[in-house]
Design a protein around this ligand. Structure first.
Ligand code: ADP
Ligand code: MG
Length: 329
């Protein structure tokens, strides 16, 4: 194991301050203990990142790996309409990782945790033969009954996405071809930044929670996959207009012909895709604008059974699931 002293390591990653008033015992006992906030539902999720599969030394440095490992989990909490509260980290460390780089991973997480007032309350440290594996568990909470499920879509709803789609995959493409040390143009840098530092959409999720019925999914595996998950869970058809997909200036400049491919099948944007009642759309868009969030209407929901169709110049084409799937590639 790369670590001489596991206890010394844990001592260093132990947070110096506490944000959440419900925390009774964090790192240092057999388990963490917290008091759930009254009238809130508790949310929990977990995501694992594996060296060589989700990142490597050509695409991400340790700080970014930490940032992203936490960001992808916070994004899942956002997609439920909640706010994040606590996180736990299990890390399997191969021999070729040193303590400074490991601490850097925790600093990347702490940067984001500070922003959202989250406390690191535990984890596990083990050794592994070859590649670093980091598993993050995040807890969050949402007002009783205010959560969003993928099954909430109904015929007549508007389909929307936040931000611009496809940038992260375009950034990854640049990194894989050139390595992270390459000197990129400003536009290229903006795509790479989306890959290395995705911003979870917690605030937009909270804004959405003032609406009665919202279906929501965060875009981790590509818009095609996430839209199909909503269609399947709700038993409805999503009709998406391909000319309404919001694409950044950077992706249109750098990857004009592949922009939609990245948007549908690329993944890791950590934007949100969802549906709201058509009668809520105007007020939602107005509210979003007031807060400086970009929401785009990309289609409508109909009752033709669970599927996603893409409208390309009036021609309907079935949009299959095939996002990034670890077991079919
Ligand atoms: P135990 O043997 O009781 O499982 P450990 O010695 O593994 O306890 O861990 C001691 C404390 O440090 C616990 O509070 C645990 O949650 C925390 N911890 C261990 N490894 C990590 C880690 N990689 N990140 C964050 N907290 C950790
Ligand atoms: Mg242990």
């Amino acid at each position: 194991m790369a670590l001489q002293d596991e206890f010394h390591f844990i001592d260093q990653i132990k947070p110096k301050r506490v944000f959440q008033s419900g925390l009774i015992a964090g790192i240092g006992d057999d388990a963490a203990l917290f008091r759930p906030t009254p009238n809130m539902e508790q949310i929990i999720c977990m995501d694992t990142m594996v060296e060589g599969v989700h990142f490597n030394s050509h695409t991400m440095d340790p700080y970014q790996i930490g940032y992203k490992a936490l960001a992808v989990n916070i994004s899942d909490i956002a997609a439920m309409g909640g706010v994040p509260t606590y996180y736990l980290v299990s890390i399997a460390i191969p021999k070729d990782w040193n303590e400074a780089d490991l601490l850097s991973i925790y600093e990347g997480m702490a940067m984001l945790a500070d922003r959202y007032a989250m406390d690191l309350i535990g984890g596990d440290t083990v050794s592994i033969a070859e590649t670093l594996v980091i598993t993050v568990t995040v807890l969050g909470e949402v007002e009783k009954g205010k959560h969003f499920l993928r099954s909430h879509a109904k015929p007549g709803d508007i389909v929307f996405v936040t931000g611009t789609i496809g940038d992260s995959a375009a950034g990854l493409n640049l990194l894989l071809h050139n390595g992270k040390e390459h000197s990129f143009t400003e536009l290229e840098e903006s795509l790479i930044h989306k890959h290395q530092y995705p911003i979870p959409k917690v605030e937009i999720g909270r804004l959405l929670s003032s609406f009665d019925r919202v279906s929501l999914n965060d875009i981790s595996d590509g818009l095609a996959s996430e839209a199909n998950e909503i269609a399947k869970a709700s038993g409805v058809t999503l009709r998406i207009d391909d000319d309404k997909i919001p694409l950044s200036e950077a992706i249109l400049t750098q990857f004009k012909d592949r922009a939609l491919e990245f948007a549908f099948y690329g993944g890791e944007d950590f934007e949100l895709v969802g549906t709201v009642a058509a009668s809520d759309w105007d007020i939602l868009q107005k509210k979003a604008k007031e807060h400086g969030y970009v929401l785009s209407k990309i289609g409508i929901v109909s009752d033709d059974g669970p599927a996603v169709f893409l409208n390309r110049n009036g021609e309907l084409q079935k949009l299959e699931m095939k996002g990034y799937n670890h077991f079919t590639k």
